[in-house]
Design a protein around this ligand. Structure first.
Ligand SMILES: Cc1cc2nc3c(=O)[nH]c(=O)nc-3n(C[C@H](O)[C@H](O)[C@H](O)COP(=O)(O)OP(=O)(O)OC[C@H]3O[C@@H](n4cnc5c(N)ncnc54)[C@H](O)[C@@H]3O)c2cc1C
Length: 594
């Protein structure tokens, strides 16, 4: 029996705490991870879920505000085909259409299953699930006006969905591990045996053996300075996949949400505009008439973020400053208090502005990663990014790229993506299970995890990790944000190269085992740099503008050369790109106008 020897070689005095064995190990307890856990456990599999946070309910999904999209058609006419068209057009035709079809068809089932689990959606006076308008969701294959499609629970939708799933998972007996930081996959070529983790509470490594391992670790919005994302959004899962030899797909497409609270980045949900809110420049104009004359404030996010940035650059920010106004005063106190209570609370607490009486100062904020770990439509990780299955390894939610969002995600399609593909991934694991096995752990199974800890622990330099993080976030904010161009991207690459050197000169003052936040943050920083590198090289490589990738030096979409997905491979010797075709099934790419 080889297993007990796995971690006997000591990592800088770090003890091996335990070797755990489960049928299924899920890294991440957001919507994606919990849906998969519920499906696996319901089928009788011994299922464990881990999070690096102190409790599963703190997963980033809890922050989702505006809603989850589904063409229920109960309040007004709507069809999944319209939803699919909007998703594909919103993606600037880069979404894989077979995946977009699954997303929008299964949306209705997902909302019904949430309802049957007891999710307390907001209701109409007739008791139906309330739905609101959202950017880019319209009637009649883009020809009609905005449609009521986003199911919501006031402006706390993620909170209620996450708690509903968590309670269900508890009821079923899913095993939870908290404050467990996954560091590296245990894999041999395209075969996964589990994951090695760092025990945040006590210090020390754990090995988790599993027949199926699911990465559901969310995004990496913390690579930017102005961001709506939680502190835990640090690309851990993407980094684990890269190191195991998997490429990352379409990393150049990162979404800036149009309405973050000025200076803070905290999200002011698109639901504000869905309920009828206006965007106003210094001249008091609803300037969206110049950018999306028909859909106005309810155009997709890439278009609205570019419009706001352009207004600010043209000197039409409020008082000539770097922000504009989101005005919801005309909605009245009752609607604001019942449908947008959290928005009001955040505005008062963080900006000193009561939106019932004053407009909210806003600016685009880093929000969502369209790219990620490539999977097939059933959540199986693709080792080569194209067709080779990574046996025993799955991915879902924001860390994955299936790809339903292509170059730009529509609002309310992400809680949906995490739910639909998390659930689907769980069902796939159940289906695949008979053909999966527990692979033996080898002597060097924890090699990569040890290397990560030692890399940081042995530093003897003088640069604090937070200084390097600051540099990363400022650089990404300045050079790889709403608009990009070659000069800025090259500048960011030189900043990243410099950061790699600085990462070898860090000052790690805390050498304690328990709750060593310096160690954790330094590991997260390493992951963020790797993600930022993939985004920046990807953005430089793609010489066109499509969705969230807006190149000032290549302002046009170029279907002839770039209607394809990027695959970014990285190892110690450097990086390389490969490409794969976009799967077009129903809709032919056309010019994107709103
Ligand atoms: C403020 C805000 C509002 C939003 N509102 C909406 C909305 O209204 N509608 C919509 O569709 N989308 C919305 N989104 C996007 C949406 O909320 C997310 O994309 C989605 O919830 C992601 O779910 P997930 O399950 O993939 O990840 P998460 O919910 O982030 O879960 C990730 C899990 O992985 C864990 N994890 C990460 N790294 C590790 C590690 N190394 N080891 C162990 N565990 C780890 C985390 O601790 C967490 O438990 C919003 C996003 C933001 C920022």
């Amino acid at each position: 029996m080889k297993d007990p020897k796995v971690l006997t070689e000591k990592v800088v005095d770090v003890p091996l705490r335990n070797i755990h064995k489960h049928d299924v190990v899920i890294i991440g307890t957001g919507l994606a991870g919990l849906w998969a856990a519920i499906k696996c456990k319901s089928a009788g599999l011994d299922t464990a879920c881990m999070t690096k946070l102190s409790m599963p309910q703190r997963s980033h999904s809890t922050a989702a505000q505006g809603g989850i999209a589904a063409s229920l058609g109960s309040l007004e006419e709507d069809y999944w085909e319209w939803h699919m068209f909007d998703t594909v057009k919103g993606s600037d035709f880069l979404a894989d259409q077979d995946a977009a079809e699954i997303l929008t068809r299964d949306a209705i089932t997902i909302v019904r299953e949430y309802e049957h689990m007891g999710a307390p959606f907001s209701r109409t006076p007739d008791g139906l699930i309330a739905q609101r308008k959202f950017g880019g969701h319209v009637k009649d294959f883009g020809r009609g006006g905005p449609v009521l499609r986003a199911c919501y629970a006031a402006d706390r939708t993620g909170h209620v969905l996450l708690h509903t799933l968590w309670q269900k998972a508890l009821e079923l007996g899913v095993r939870f591990y908290t404050e467990m930081f996954a560091i590296s996959l245990i894999s041999d070529g395209p075969k996964c045996a589990g994951v090695v983790t760092w025990d945040t509470k006590n210090g020390g490594l754990h090995a988790f053996k599993a027949k199926a391992t699911l990465i559901a670790t969310g995004g990496y919005g913390r690579a930017w300075k102005i961001t709506a994302t939680s502190y835990s959004y640090t690309a851990d899962g993407q980094y684990m996949a890269l190191r195991a030899g998997v490429p990352l797909e379409d990393m150049e497409f990162f979404q800036f949400h149009p309405t973050g609270l000025f200076d803070r980045g905290i999200l002011m949900t698109e639901g504000c505009r869905g309920e009828g809110g206006y965007l106003i420049n210094d001249l008091g104009e609803r300037f969206m008439k110049n950018y999306a004359p028909e859909k106005m404030e309810l155009a997709p996010r890439d278009i609205v973020s570019r419009a706001i940035t352009s207004e600010i650059e043209a000197g039409r920010g409020i008082n000539g400053g770097p922000y504009i106004y989101l005005d919801i005063r005309h909605l009245g106190a009752e609607i604001i208090n019942t449908r947008l209570p959290q928005i009001r609370e955040i505005s008062i607490k963080f900006a000193g502005v009561d939106p019932i009486h004053e407009p909210i100062p806003i600016v685009p904020t880093a929000h969502y990663s369209m790219g990620g770990i490539p999977t097939d439509v059933d959540g199986r990780v693709l080792f080569d990014g194209k067709s080779q299955i990574f046996s025993g390894l799955y991915a879902a939610g924001e860390c994955a790229c299936v790809s339903v969002h292509g170059a730009n995600r529509l609002g309310c399609n992400s809680t949906l993506d995490a739910s639909v593909f998390g659930r689907r991934c769980g069902l796939t694991i159940v289906k695949d299970f008979a053909n999966l096995e527990h692979l033996p752990l080898e002597e060097d199974s924890a090699k990569m995890a040890k290397e990560e800890i030692e890399f940081i622990w042995n530093q003897k330099g003088s640069i604090r990790p937070e200084e390097i993080r600051n540099e990363l976030q400022t650089g990404m904010q300045n050079y790889v944000a709403v608009f990009r161009e070659e000069k800025g991207l090259l500048k960011m690459i030189s900043i990243i190269e410099d950061m790699h050197k600085k990462m070898k000169e860090m000052l790690i003052s805390d050498k304690s085992l328990a709750y060593n936040t310096t160690l954790m943050e330094a590991m997260e920083l390493r992951h963020l740099i790797a993600a930022a590198e993939a985004v920046t090289y990807g953005a430089l490589n793609r010489t066109e503008s499509r969705g969230a990738q807006a190149r000032r030096d290549y302002p046009k979409r170029d279907d002839e050369n770039w209607l394809k997905h990027t695959l970014y491979f990285r190892d110690e010797s450097g990086f390389r790109f490969d490409y794969k075709d976009v799967r077009l099934t129903r809709f032919v790419p056309e010019e994107r106008k709103y």
